[in-house]
Design a protein around this ligand. Sequence first.
Ligand code: FAD
Length: 257
Amino acid sequence: MSSPTPLASSVDFAARIGATSAVATVVATDTISPTLRSVTLSHPDAVKLAGAPGQDIMIYVGEHDGHARRRRYSVRSVDPVAQELTLWIATTHEGPGAQWARDAAVGDSVDVIGPRGKIFLDEMADWHLFVGGTVALGAFYRMAESIDPPGRAVFVVELPDPADAVTPVLDEAITPTGIFIDRGDRVAGDPAGILSALAAFDFPPDEGHAYLFGEFSVVRAAQSALVDRGLAPEQISLKAFWRAGRDNADHGEPTKD
Ligand SMILES: Cc1cc2nc3c(=O)[nH]c(=O)nc-3n(C[C@H](O)[C@H](O)[C@H](O)COP(=O)(O)OP(=O)(O)OC[C@H]3O[C@@H](n4cnc5c(N)ncnc54)[C@H](O)[C@@H]3O)c2cc1C
């Protein structure tokens, strides 16, 4: 039996960026928290598609308003034996990506391109500060699982629902510290919660690296706060995952204007 063929546009796009295009199969879904749903995909090249901790895959989520839409999701974990990768996806808003994740069912075929993304763990850092929102937990936890002790991991994450505070099992030798902030009545995109948590947090000694993944305005405000606190630009890796009040563009990125 021949393997299903990816969309021609996916093959072209993957070739341009040196990635792989494939048709994967949904093999499991689960509820992780009130906001997050996991979707596990199987493909003989799953390890290759998943790339390194911090990277993501791009999923074709269908035609909407006459446009082919793709959305990007960080890989939470990879099973090299089963050749499966798992994504953690926010599903409580309305959007083609959230809809795709809500509808995903075992046996579905999924057009994927991967790996994508250029932010990796800074192997030289003595501590790693992960700052962002629920959408970033998959990326943050996969990256933290790849830290070599005694590197430290600190998470500062704002949640729309306190029950989204899911935690991974991490090596105690990396002294994981989690600061979860309940967004409460603040609107999405208001950085006040993240900024006050960062202000109350003393950086560990030695050299660190901060990874800022989440809502556009929040990651920018966090970047400014960390620069004001003395982190050098090369100690900060930043990626806006979505933008309050605006749809991501068809290729999956939030608009920057
Ligand atoms: C590199 C990269 C990695 C990413 N990794 C992940 C990941 O691991 N998990 C994940 O869930 N997302 C991740 N995202 C974000 C995801 O691709 C976007 O949130 C995507 O825009 C959601 O698409 P959508 O079609 O559901 O909504 P869109 O069409 O983009 O937006 C529709 C509406 O919903 C709002 N909206 C979008 N996202 C949210 C949200 N999270 N909460 C509240 N309102 C929202 C928008 O402001 C807009 O008003 C990643 C994005 C990038 C660029």
